[in-house]
Design a protein around this ligand. Structure first.
Ligand code: ZN
Length: 267
């Protein structure tokens, strides 16, 4: 079995996780920029983080034969401070041409505030300017549907980013159709408690099919599963899905989306 983990925060995981993922068939990782578990005090904190994502993490992954790619942004949880956001966004062009950078993400909304929306618009403009892929974080709170709608409106208002270059991640039963119907890719995030369980994710795939959907564990510094994708593959097998279907979902689909970036080279 081979798979791509398209959304994981390896900077907050131990090296043992790389080893476990490698022996489970992981060939590539894509790591969006996210919250570090605390609010950073200055843009310099993000500068160090971007250096870690573009220079150091790929070397750690390479020791286990895993290709490491990343995304740059200021995440929605730290987007309330507009001056900080402007400082971080203005620094991104210094990193955007690095060979493992796939695009802008994970951008979006957390509490659906006005400032978060402004920062989202700012970063969509950056993605449009550099013609990169976009990885969207949708809120985990009760406002997921509203946040997903607001985000899609912001992308449409920008008008320069084609839907097939955008993945709307952390979709659930009530938002997946919204993303797919508008021509976007949809991500299902497998979490032990919140977001989507493996059983729910497979139910969604059995209803909506395999087209333009990827699955990820989005493991970070909190309670999460770095092996969420291979666990899902096991459950699919137990439910009678073929190896071809599993390969399509956990390898071919993320490969197809991410390969729209010229930097994504796995095979
Ligand atoms: Zn994430």
């Amino acid at each position: 079995m081979r798979y791509i983990e398209p959304h994981i925060h390896m900077v907050s995981r131990v090296t043992d996780d790389y080893q476990k993922m490698a022996v489970s068939g992981c060939v590539a990782i894509s790591e969006p920029s996210f919250w570090a578990g605390f609010d950073r005090c200055s843009a310099d904190g993000f500068k160090d983080y971007f250096i870690q994502l573009t220079q150091y993490e790929p070397k750690r992954a390479a020791r286990y034969g895993i290709k490491h790619f990343c995304w740059l942004c200021i995440n929605p949880k730290e987007a309330e401070n507009l001056q900080l956001a402007r400082d971080v966004v203005s620094m991104i062009p210094n990193f955007i041409n690095h060979q493992n950078v796939l695009g802008i993400g994970e951008i979006g909304l957390n509490r659906n505030t006005k400032n978060e929306l402004k920062v989202l618009e700012m970063q969509l403009e950056l993605a449009a300017k550099y013609q990169t892929l976009v990885l969207v974080h949708t809120p985990h709170l009760e406002d997921k549907l509203k946040g997903t709608r607001l985000t899609i409106d912001a992308i449409k208002n920008n008008g320069k980013i084609p839907p097939h270059k955008v993945i709307i991640d952390h979709c659930e039963e009530h938002t997946v159709k919204l993303a797919l119907d508008e021509g976007y890719w949809a991500g299902l995030t497998l979490y032990p408690q919140t977001k989507c369980t493996t059983a729910r994710a497979i139910d969604i795939i059995e209803i909506y099919g395999f087209e333009r959907i990827w699955v990820n564990g989005a493991a970070d510094w909190g309670n999460s599963l770095p092996l969420a994708v291979p666990y899902l593959a096991l459950e699919m097998r137990q439910r009678g899905h073929s190896e071809e279907e599993i390969d399509r979902l956990i390898f071919q689909n993320p490969y197809k989306f991410l390969s729209q970036s010229p930097n994504f080279k796995v095979i």
